[in-house]
Design a protein around this ligand. Structure first.
Ligand SMILES: Cc1cc2nc3c(=O)[nH]c(=O)nc-3n(C[C@H](O)[C@H](O)[C@H](O)COP(=O)(O)OP(=O)(O)OC[C@H]3O[C@@H](n4cnc5c(N)ncnc54)[C@H](O)[C@@H]3O)c2cc1C
Length: 337
């Protein structure tokens, strides 16, 4: 089992994970929570590794044809990015009708879900793992999303925003379009799961016999199609006071990181190379030694999409390795519109 709680924000760590990929183990076990998944996503999302580099790195060590499961999964990421490029802001609204009218779904994520206190072990374990590591296995993301939408009747959009904020690998295309896939608003049918499916793929602490998801697929389908007031539990939620506090999300870097406002005078008459949170790979070898490398965060983006402290530190630490100046400000302050 890989160590999920450690994603050092360095190229070395990214390359070391890349060299550890075993495509045949991956294909055999990727659906299992403790299977041989790669943990590459924070590095891919933030550009420490590009998809072509991942593919070349794995192909150089293993024979990998285009039909391989691993290539297929990289393809999903690329596909979601293409959909975002073509549909733009439309991906933040339902692409087609879901199981129920939009008004049947709540516009907030209930506190018991956010505090890992639903009483359904698979859901509470997923939320705990998310907060503790900033990472969640794909199957756990699917279970969590399915429960939140189809059992609790929470609108996919608010739930997708919540998950995005806590992930180290949060990617608007992969995240919001995956939620739509589970909702059935971006695919031909919604994704439902039951306790038997969890028992097949998850370790003991996640198993949820006797809970609301311990039903047949037919019964779960009926439950998902039953309009109730959004967010209301369709099962008993324990009244114990939760011991877990949701980590806060921040619209800007923690103050101790001392990011400055843009100062054009500091780079006057100099060649400038900009580094942003999604291109944290190697600097180009062709960069002239006098070039000033400036790391930037766009504050207007983060007012809309806040991040966990863990993610701010991950990105800021790598940026500090690459950039001598680090600025944050609205896109207009960088001359962007
Ligand atoms: C509700 C939900 C939300 C998601 N949100 C995100 C997100 O914000 N950012 C994100 O990168 N992925 C997201 N995914 C996709 C997937 O869960 C993660 O990419 C994967 O779990 C990352 O872990 P890994 O690197 O160990 O994946 P591995 O299984 O080892 O896969 C290697 C790489 O392939 C790509 N990949 C694998 N599976 C998928 C997939 N189903 N969709 C898209 N790309 C995939 C990723 O780049 C991943 O790093 C989401 C999936 C769901 C169901």
């Amino acid at each position: 089992m890989m160590l999920l709680d450690t994603f050092p924000p360095t190229r070395e760590a990214a390359l070391s994970r890349l060299s550890a990929v075993r495509p045949s183990d991956y294909a055999r076990s990727r659906n299992a929570i403790e299977g041989a998944v790669t943990g590459l996503s924070p590095y891919i999302t933030h550009g420490l590794l590009s998809l072509p580099e991942v593919l070349a790195g794995v192909s150089s060590r293993h024979s990998l044809d285009v039909q391989h499961k691993f290539v297929f999964e990289l393809g999903w990421r690329e596909y979601f990015r293409h959909v975002w490029a073509f549909r733009g802001e439309e991906i933040f609204e339902s692409l087609r009708e879901g199981m129920l009218p939009e008004a049947c779904y709540a516009n907030t994520v209930p506190a018991d879900i956010r505090q890992a206190a639903t009483g359904v072990p698979v859901i509470d374990m997923a939320v705990r793992t998310l907060y503790a590591t900033g990472y969640l296995h794909n199957h756990a993301r699917m279970w969590l999303a399915s429960y939140v939408m189809h059992v609790r009747k929470v609108h996919w959009r608010v739930a997708a925003d919540w998950l995005y904020g806590h992930l180290l690998d949060g990617d608007l295309a992969s995240n919001h379009l995956s939620w739509q896939w589970v909702a059935g608003t971006g695919s031909s049918k919604p994704y439902l799961f039951n306790a038997d499916n969890v028992a097949r793929y998850a370790p003991a602490a996640w198993l949820s016999p006797g809970s609301v998801i311990d039903q047949s697929y037919e019964a779960l389908d009926r439950l998902a199609r039953q309009p109730v007031r959004g967010g209301r539990a369709q099962h008993e939620v324990p009244s114990v006071s939760p011991d877990l506090v949701e980590p806060p999300l921040f619209t800007g870097p923690p103050s101790d990181l001392a990011w400055a406002l843009p100062d054009p005078a500091a780079v006057a008459d100099r060649e400038v190379w900009l580094v942003h949170p999604w291109n944290l790979g190697e600097l180009p070898a062709s960069l002239h030694p006098d070039t000033v490398v400036v790391g930037i965060f766009l504050s207007d983006f983060h007012r809309r999409w806040p991040w966990s402290e863990r993610r701010w530190r991950f990105v800021a630490s790598r940026m500090a390795e690459l950039a001598t100046l680090r600025w944050h400000g609205d896109s207009s302050s960088f001359g962007m519109r």
